[in-house]
Design a protein around this ligand. Structure first.
Ligand SMILES: C[S@@+](CC[C@H](N)C(=O)[O-])C[C@H]1O[C@@H](n2cnc3c(N)ncnc32)[C@H](O)[C@@H]1O
Length: 256
C-alpha cells in the first residue's frame, strides 16, 4: 500500500517566530495537521503556536488528538488507540499528516511513540522528523546565560518521574535541567537548599510566550504546581570556559 507521508514537526517553545522555515513549509504543504491537546475541551499549544503563521485553510484538515496528562498506561493506551486509528485512516488514503509537537520532536514528545510504532502499523511509510527549537535551548536564551561551556556536563531530568536522587545529580553535574516539574517544586527547592545551590537556580515558565514568568529566587515559586511548561535550570558555573580549567584539561582539549 502507498501511504501518505508522516512528519513529526517541532514547532518550538512558544513564540511563532521561533518556528523554522522547514517546519512552516512542511505544515503548509501537509494535507492534515495533527494537533495534540491535553483534554477534549482544552486548547492545543501546538495549534496556538502555529496558527498565526499557518492559519486555517478549507483545503487542509486540523485533526485534534487528545492525550491526557497522565502516567497511567491504560488511559494513555486508549488515547493512543484512537490516535493511531485516526492518523492511520488518513495515511491509508494517501494523505500526508504533519504531527505538530511543541519544542523538538526528539525530547519527551508525544511524537516519540508514534515514530516508534509507525513502521509496524504502516510498513514502508515515509517518516520525516523536522527538528524544532527546544525549551532546553529557549530557556537559557531567556535567562541570558549559557547552559554549558568548555568541560561542563549537563543532566536533563523529568522531575515528575522522581527526584529522590536529585542531590547526587546536582553534585555530579555542572548544569542540571529539571523538566516536567508537575508538583515536585517543594522537593526540588529542598534539594537545592541541602546542596547550597539555591542561588544558582532559576525557574522559567512558558518561555518565549506572552505569559512568560522568570523567578531567580525559587523560594517564591516553591508552591507553584501544575504549570505544564515550566523548567528549572541549576548552573554551578565552577568550570565555565576552556580557560577556566586546569592545565591538563586545556592540554587534552588542544589535542582533540
Ligand atoms: C513533554 S515535555 C516536551 C519538551 C519539548 N519537546 C521540547 O523540546 O521542549 C514538556 C516539558 O518541556 C518544558 N517546556 C516546554 N516548553 C517550555 C517553555 N516554553 N518554557 C519552559 N519550559 C518548557 C517543561 O519542562 C515541560 O514540562
Amino acid at each position: 500500500m502507498k501511504y501518505g507521508a508522516l512528519y513529526g514537526v517541532g514547532v518550538g517553545p512558544g513564540a511563532p517566530d521561533l518556528l523554522t522555515l522547514r517546519a512552516v513549509e512542511t505544515l503548509k504543504r501537509a494535507d492534515v495537521i495533527a494537533l495534540p491537546r491535553g483534554s477534549d475541551y482544552g486548547a492545543s499549544m501546538a495549534w496556538r503556536i502555529i496558527e498565526p503563521v499557518v492559519g486555517k485553510r478549507s483545503d487542509q484538515e486540523r485533526l485534534f488528538l487528545t492525550f491526557p496528562m497522565s502516567k497511567e498506561p491504560a488511559r494513555l493506551r486508549r488515547a493512543w488507540d484512537v490516535a493511531f486509528a485516526r492518523i492511520g485512516e488518513r495515511l491509508e488514503n494517501g494523505r500526508s499528516v504533519a504531527f505538530a509537537t511543541e519544542g523538538d520532536p526528539s525530547l519527551y514528545s508525544t511524537f516519540g511513540y508514534l515514530h516508534r510504532e509507525a513502521q509496524r502499523r504502516w510498513p514502508g511509510v515515509q517518516v520525516e522528523v523536522i527538528p524544532g527549537v527546544s525549551s532546553v535551548t529557549a530557556v537559557p536564551a531567556v535567562l541570558g546565560a549559557p547552559l554549558a561551556d568548555g568541560m561542563e556536563r549537563i543532566a536533563i531530568i523529568p522531575a515528575n518521574y522522581g527526584v529522590e536522587d536529585l542531590v547526587a545529580i546536582l553534585n555530579a553535574f555542572d548544569t542540571t535541567i529539571l523538566m516536567k516539574i508537575g508538583s515536585e517544586m517543594p522537593k526540588v527547592v529542598e534539594a537545592l537548599e541541602r546542596t547550597g545551590l539555591l542561588h544558582k537556580a532559576a525557574y522559567v515558565a512558558k518561555a518565549t510566550m506572552p505569559e512568560q514568568k522568570v523567578a531567580t529566587d525559587l523560594r517564591a515559586v516553591r508552591t507553584e504546581r501544575g504549570d505544564c511548561f515550566a523548567m528549572v535550570v541549576v548552573a554551578r558555573r565552577e568550570r565555565s570556559g576552556v580557560l577556566a580549567g586546569d592545565v591538563s584539561a586545556q592540554a587534552a582539549l588542544s589535542e582533540v
